[in-house]
Design a protein around this ligand. Structure first.
Ligand code: NDP
Length: 443
């Protein structure tokens, strides 16, 4: 079978899942030469097996509003691949969630987790529930109902969920609490837990910090650094917040943040009390980023994305397909030399082509945002040992893992003097999972 025949087959089988087809296409295009030259992998039909989740769980989540109205949402867990460890990956609560989006995220997670060097398989889950505008009590009732089904499918050695869009410490607390009550055991079944009940220091910071560490490693290959550079960031949630903090620590200047309503542009930089304001606005008051513009007298661009603001570094940290081909061209034209993806698949295929064609430093999400799941892996280790490492120890391990991921990308992605990080991440991630599947036979 040729690559095109294979991709055609995947598209036909999953025709209602465009994001999943997009993610599979990107991976398969990168790894095909490796796959095609390995008759054993082909005979074992590893690729056909790797694009099919081991298990998909879909369930009803009924819950009640504060006003006594009955609501019904759809819950999912995709247990994609356990060849190298328990399923591991976040839960997303957002109205856009559907099977195709979670399959794309679960598929990416398989390769990302492989790159971390830790023993974690890939999974993803969530619901079309929208926590925005809901009271804490409503969110709790939803989370409890969600867990009343999910609990029977997960476990510290089976499947260990974490957070993602719309799922932070509050939601993990409610879900973990219900799991503990039903199972009557205290285990490391979730990561991203609160520090007082089994969480790891640096886990909240890890995805954002990791994306900046990865940018720093890429810049070093061209004798550049973050200090003195202007950085455009999208989103204003968990990943964006800590990416902003780490850029500030390293002497860069972050000039934008956004949410799904628009973006703010602060040419003086989002730091000090301004960063504190964002943390309170988004994590405590759960308000909109437009309030930042009112508070500090800067410009707000409703309904727009920040990619038209000139910068040397761009960190997309909101959601999938948020940089299209035109926006990628604008970034490059305005002098952007480095893109490190905090979000999953934030760049469309046309955008990726622009970045690769212009040979800028482009770190795809499965490598650049792997710091989050890596630190989740470290949280699992600490839970198993019933010990807590210090902040410095976890941060040092995270930094080391990001360097190791970068090295794998360089090893597998070198094309002359250019490093194709897309190819590097896909080939590196694929080989380990494929070899483990070969070792374990036809299951
Ligand atoms: P949060 O829910 O904390 O923040 C998400 C941010 O993105 C919010 O500012 C949100 O705005 C914005 N956003 C969400 N959907 C859209 C949309 N359709 N259009 C524009 N803006 C949008 O999520 P995280 O920070 O945890 O996750 C952000 C990204 O990082 C996701 O792609 C996630 O998969 C990825 N990621 C997260 C990891 C983690 O550890 N948290 C690990 C690895 C990857 P609004 O409030 O208006 O919805």
């Amino acid at each position: 079978m040729t690559m095109h025949e294979f991709l055609h087959q995947v598209s036909a089988k999953n025709s209602d899942q465009p994001e999943f087809i997009q993610a599979v296409t990107e991976v398969v295009e990168s790894i095909w030469p490796v796959y095609d030259s390995n008759p054993q992998l082909k005979k074992a039909r590893i690729l056909d097996r790797i694009v099919e989740p081991e298990r998909v769980i879909i369930f009803r989540v009924p819950w009640m509003t504060d006003a006594g109205e009955v609501m019904v949402n759809r819950g999912f867990r995709i247990e994609f691949n356990s060849a190298i460890g328990p399923y591991k990956g976040g839960l997303r609560f957002h109205p856009s969630v559907n099977l195709g989006i979670l399959k794309f995220l679960g598929f990416e997670q398989v390769f990302k987790n492989s790159l971390t060097t830790l023993p974690m398989g890939g999974g993803k889950g969530g619901s079309d529930f929208n926590p925005r505008g809901r009271s804490d009590e409503e969110v709790m009732r939803f989370c409890h109902s969600y867990m009343l089904e999910l609990f029977r499918h997960i476990g510290p050695n089976t499947d260990v969920p974490a957070g993602d869009i719309g799922v932070g410490k509050r939601e993990i607390g409610f879900m973990y609490g219900m799991y503990k009550k039903i199972k009557n055991e205290v285990t490391g079944v979730f990561t991203g837990k609160g520090l007082d009940w089994g969480g790891s220091l640096i886990r909240p910071e890890a995805t954002g910090y990791g994306a900046v560490y990865f940018a720093d490693e890429m810049l070093k290959t061209r004798a550049q650094e973050i200090a003195g550079k202007t950085v455009v960031i999208s989103g204003s949630g968990n990943v964006s917040q800590y990416a902003t903090q780490k850029v500030n620590d390293l002497g860069g200047k972050v000039v934008t943040l956004s949410d799904s309503d628009g973006f703010i542009y602060d040419p003086d930089g989002i730091k000090g009390e301004k960063w504190d304001f964002v943390m309170d606005l988004k994590n405590v008051r759960r308000g909109r980023i437009s309030e930042y513009a009112k508070e500090f007298g800067v410009k707000y661009f409703p309904g727009e994305r920040p990619w038209g603001i000139p910068c040397q570094i761009a960190l997309p940290c909101a959601t999938q397909n948020e940089i299209n081909g035109e926006e990628a061209k604008t970034l490059v034209k305005n002098g952007c030399i480095c893109v490190s993806e905090g979000a999953n698949m934030p760049t469309t295929p046309e955008g990726v082509e622009v970045f690769l064609g212009n040979k800028i430093l482009y770190g795809p999400g499965k490598a650049a945002n792997a710091g989050g799941v890596s630190t989740s892996g470290l949280e699992m280790t600490q839970n198993s040992m019933r010990l807590s490492w210090t902040r410095d120890e976890v941060d040092a391990r995270l930094h080391q893992i990001m360097k190791a991921i970068h090295e794998q990308c360089v090893r597998h992605g070198k094309e002359g003097s250019f490093i194709n990080y897309v190819k590097g991440a896909n080939v590196g991630g694929f080989l380990k999972v494929a070899n483990a599947m070969m070792d374990q036979g036809l299951i």
